[in-house]
Design a protein around this ligand. Sequence first.
Ligand SMILES: [Zn+2]
Length: 222
Amino acid sequence: MNKRIVYRLLAAVAVVAGFSCISPSHADAKLVTEADATQAQIKTDTYFGTVKASSDKWMDNATGSARVTPAAKRWQSTTITYKVASGSKYYDAVWRTAVKSWNRGGVVHLVTTSGKPDVLLGTSNSPKGKNGSSVGITYSSYYDHTRLNHLDVLAGAKSYIYRNVADHFHYSKQERTNVAEHELGHALGLEHNVGRSSVMYYATRDQSVAKPDFNGLKQSYR
Ligand SMILES: [Zn+2]
């Protein structure tokens, strides 16, 4: 984290959870990756100075176009550290492929760290069980009242693939990788894209990182 800027260390957490309207018997149905974002303040610390800017206009403009995946947040630096902590070689490979996909755009540079990472990548079981509504989840925290390009500045993110749900709906390794890319997109600050040719479409299963997603990164990390 860049210490040059003195933040008002009022961080908030965004928890993304989701729903499904599919029948459990349809093993190849598309699961909603997640749909809801709720925000709760988790910490208040020192206050120095803030730049207050509304992102509403940006959000409205951005969500209207499928060609540019919208963003609500970004990291301060384009170099972002990550750590894979899945406990399995299979999922380590899934996450590393997802990391490569995002790095391929040349906008952000995800690098491994032995220390505390910006982004933690792992797996979990859905608390709603194998028929759970979502197949992945991302938690992100950001600094309130600090913005870059009208975006909130991320302080930390954790992304998980729900193994029990992915297993139950017979996701292939490629499909799980697509889910990993989707969740990592949230960890980079991206929101859902209305278009199906984006990995950030809300019900990703077949789609990998694509041009609209790199366009979104370029816009938010410019
Ligand atoms: Zn999502």
